[in-house]
Design a binder for this molecule. Structure first.
Ligand code: PSU
Ligand code: MN
Length: 306
């Protein structure tokens, strides 16, 4: 394969890809900015194990010393987890500068998709995606994740989007960009901590084979974009709607009062919601990521069958 000169694919991932075996990409912003240390590192390592147990090879993605990495060592995952918010959050606009300067960056959904695609990885598991923020009519705060889903052919398995976002506008944006939103075992868009949101997905699918077939067809049609799979949090780990909504509303007011904006908004809201809801939301967050890792690995296995 003709590899990008800035890309390093770790040997196990490279071998799996060369042999047509299933690989699942994972992001690093969820480690550095999405959860506190040390749960972030434990979760990242457990996610890799779950992917292996389900028959695929994990490739955690990050920027280290200006190199785009597909596949991290346990030591590198520990480094990202410990450095936390001190690692630059890297979106599409940041990659060239980080590479030119030889710096580190934690990859968001956007940059994980970009690097996964460079490496030839088709399926990516995460927690929640970025989207259209509440109040975007005036702030224009719309995550680059939505643009990337519109232009890069990687399937993203998530638990929907947090209601720190405007879920209705997020779905409208995805429709405009031509991104199919698939509910896994559900007709309703899950809202990360909860299985319900009041919004419908575009299609419901119930098996990894169906997901793989739809995505393969999209690729064979020559479409450039991705596909979003929304996999609801297991019922036993879901949060009470009222608790989570109160915490989100308070976090958003504080964010506005402090004048936080740009790339800081999402990490601030994630951290504040976690604080306000104590350990409960962190446990839910961890469980839904495990659930997504399993579905992504099973789908990657199906995708590799002919
Ligand atoms: N939503 C979550 N957890 C996360 C993120 C979003 O529930 O960890 C992270 C992901 O890396 C996502 C990024 O790609 O935040 C979006 O940031 P922004 O809204 O600034 O585009
Ligand atoms: Mn933003």
């Amino acid at each position: 394969m003709n590899m990008n000169k800035y890309l390093d694919v770790n040997p196990e991932v490279a071998q799996a890809l060369a042999e047509g075996k299933p690989v699942v990409a994972l992001e690093s912003t969820i480690i550095s900015h999405g959860m506190p240390y040390p749960q972030n590192v434990q979760t990242a390592l457990n996610v890799e194990r779950i992917i292996r147990e389900n028959g695929a090879v994990p490739a955690t993605i990050a920027v280290i010393g200006g190199r785009l990495k597909a596949g991290l060592t346990a030591e590198e995952i520990e480094y990202f987890g410990k450095k936390g918010l001190n690692i630059a959050k890297a979106s599409r606009r940041d990659l060239a500068v980080l590479c030119a300067r030889g710096e580190d960056g934690a990859t968001t959904v956007t940059t994980t998709m970009i690097i996964a695609h460079m490496a030839g990885i088709k399926i990516f598991a995460t927690g929640g995606i970025g989207g259209v923020h509440r109040g975007a009519e005036t702030t224009m705060d719309i995550s680059a994740d939505l643009e990337e889903l519109g232009q890069t052919p990687v399937m993203v398995v998530c638990a929907g989007a947090k209601s720190i976002l405007d879920l209705g506008l997020t779905l409208e944006y995805l429709e405009t960009k031509g991104v199919p939103v698939i509910g896994y075992g559900t007709e309703e868009l899950p809202a990360f901590y909860t299985r319900q949101s009041g919004f419908k997905v575009d299609y419901r699918m119930d098996t990894p084979a169906e997901l793989a077939a739809a995505f393969k067809t999209q690729n064979e049609l020559g479409f450039k974009g991705g596909m979003l799979v929304a996999n609801p949090i297991p019922q036993e780990y879901a949060m009470p709607l009222d608790t989570i909504n109160k915490a989100i509303d308070q976090a958003i007011s504080e964010c506005e009062a402090k004048g936080i904006h740009g790339k800081e908004t999402t990490p601030f809201l994630l951290a504040r919601v976690a604080e306000l809801t104590g350990g409960d939301s962190l446990e839910s967050n961890i469980r839904l990521v495990y659930n997504n890792a399993a579905v992504a690995a099973q789908t990657a296995v199906e995708y590799c069958k002919n």
